[in-house]
Design a protein around this ligand. Structure first.
Ligand code: RET
Length: 251
């Protein structure tokens, strides 16, 4: 049982509310903007809509779980009826592979190059999340370290593919697009870094109400950046490439 102050409790509540509506609004925006990009980039937008839709659903569940596990400003974190963190891992298991496919889709590379990237990135992303989960739920430091290290291996592999291998295809992108893709990768590294750092909290003995609050608020902000702002950047890239390929600007 964590006894939050009313400010802490309300900050978490409001942050979840903000996360939920950001996901829903972003889903609508990328869905209705389909015709603003060339057909070959539309799949990237569909993927972004799917990611934020799935996340919106999970924020409803997380929000419900937070209210259901609260008694006043006290939150139950263990035992029956406790706050359910597993929703986040289920969410990542679905959305992280989709986010990577989204990046590959917006590049619109030759079919062989896209398939090769996807068949390496998707299993690595799934392995990273699946291996992190047993460590996340374990109370034992040894188990946490073991699964943390195992999960870091596919994480580093994903970064290698994105930064080293994908870098080669950037040279063939139209002017201005390469710079936006570089910014997209920076956004990715800055936001994805939040998750393993927060995983380390219990190992560093950062526990209690403050750490609970920072974790929930931090995850939610990272999720909005990694899914919504990321999706909007993908859309910007798709529009720049569509324009470079002769699509008349609708505005
Ligand atoms: C875990 C376990 C500890 C080691 C590592 C992890 C990485 C998690 C990441 C999650 C990314 C989530 C995203 C969510 C959505 O928008 C599983 C915490 C490396 C990178 C991008």
């Amino acid at each position: 049982m964590l006894e939050l102050s009313s400010n802490q409790w309300q900050l978490i509540y409001n942050t979840f509310s903000f996360g939920l509506i950001s996901m829903l609004a972003c889903t609508v925006y990328t869905l209705v903007s389909q015709s603003r990009v060339l057909p070959k980039y539309r799949n990237a937008l569909v993927l972004s809509s799917m990611v934020t839709f799935i996340a919106g659903y999970h924020y409803i569940r997380i929000f419900d779980s937070f209210k259901g596990s609260s008694d006043g400003f006290k939150v139950m974190t263990t035992g029956a009826g406790s706050f359910n963190e597993a929703y986040r891992y289920v969410d990542w298991l679905l959305t992280v592979p989709l986010l990577l496919v989204e990046v590959v889709a917006v590049l619109a590379l030759a079919k062989a190059a896209s398939s090769s990237l996807i068949t390496r990135l998707v299993p690595a992303a799934a392995a990273m999340i699946a291996l992190g989960y047993p460590g996340e739920v374990s109370a034992d430091d040894g188990t946490k370290i073991l699964f943390g290290v195992l999960s870091t291996i596919p994480f580093l592999y994903i970064l290698y593919v994105l930064f080293v291998e994908l870098g080669k295809s950037l040279e063939r992108q139209p002017e201005g697009v390469a710079a936006t893709i570089s910014r997209l990768r920076l956004l990715l590294i800055a936001t994805w870094g939040v998750y393993p750092i927060s995983y380390l909290f219990p190992l560093l003995n950062i526990t209690g109400t403050d750490s609970f609050m920072y974790r929930q608020v931090g995850y939610t902000i990272a999720d909005v950046l990694a899914k919504c702002v990321f999706g909007l950047t993908i859309m910007k890239i798709a529009r720049m490439k569509s324009a470079a390929e002769g699509m008349a600007d609708s505005h």
